[in-house]
Design a protein. Structure first.
Length: 253
């Protein structure tokens, strides 16, 4: 049976990571054709594309460095050329650089903002003209609850994610008259394989995290994918300029 996104086309960035791959599978399962993007992660991209197509979906994998203006423009051109106009931008790609404040350099700062904020601007800039011409579109950015909760060694990351929420609200104002919504999904502590590289004691970390939450389990990438799929669908057409925290009740209010 047709899904709620049948006939739509989505571009999903950072598609091969833990959250990104869940987003790609969910959006494809809901019927959208998807262009999944990655940076030098060809094997994972091929595996994900094969999974989606094997289950009856439509997916292509495209590589691009989203920090580069020309690369972003070329990415959007390639995606549109192969799949048609993009209806849904799921701007998920990002990085989690941990740098102590006393040692943070201007280079560290600019790198954090380039991947976690400027890349989202470049993507929205490249795709909204086509959405405007069609009088329909969804821009969904992936932020972080840390935009509302400070933490050591993450000044660049937190600042960029707070800026991303502001950009999303600005896009809602700018693009609403053209039938385009813009919303941010802010994950809490989501259990992904990549956390093993930044967490020294996962058991202790989980215990501390659950003490912060109302719901006593770790979040999963599928929790984020469910929220994004809802915002991408026609049923969410009157929701814009919002940040939806998917965090098990970590940040209240």
């Amino acid at each position: 049976m047709p899904g709620p996104l049948t006939g739509r086309t989505a571009l999903i960035t950072g598609a091969t990571g833990g959250i990104g791959s869940a987003l790609s599978r969910r959006i494809a399962a809901h019927g959208a054709a998807i262009a999944l993007t990655h940076l030098n992660d060809h094997r994972a991209a091929e595996t994900l594309t094969a999974h989606i197509t094997t289950h009856g979906g439509t997916a292509i994998a495209l590589e691009a460095d989203l920090r580069d203006t020309d690369a972003v423009d070329d990415l959007c051109h390639r995606a549109t050329s192969r799949l048609g106009p993009i209806d849904i931008l799921i701007s998920n790609a990002g990085a989690y650089p941990r740098v102590p404040w006393p040692t943070m350099t201007p280079t560290d700062w600019h790198e954090a903002l380039n991947i976690n904020l400027t890349s989202h601007y470049l993507l929205a800039r490249a795709l909204t003209p086509t959405m405007t011409a069609r009088n329909h579109g969804r821009v969904i950015t992936i932020g972080s609850v840390l935009a509302s909760a400070g933490r050591h060694e993450l000044a660049g990351y937190i600042s960029s994610k707070a800026g991303l929420e502001g950009l999303t609200r600005a896009l809602a104002r700018e693009l609403g008259p053209s039938g385009i919504t813009a919303n941010c999904v802010a994950p809490g502590s989501i259990q992904v394989p990549a956390e093993k590289a930044v967490v020294d004691d996962p058991v202790a970390m989980t215990s501390r995290q659950l003490a912060r939450q109302c719901i006593q389990r770790r979040g999963t990438p599928d929790d984020i994918a469910a929220a994004v799929a809802f915002l991408a669908a026609d049923d969410a057409g009157f929701i814009t300029g919002q940040t939806l925290r998917v965090d098990g009740g970590w940040i209240l209010g």
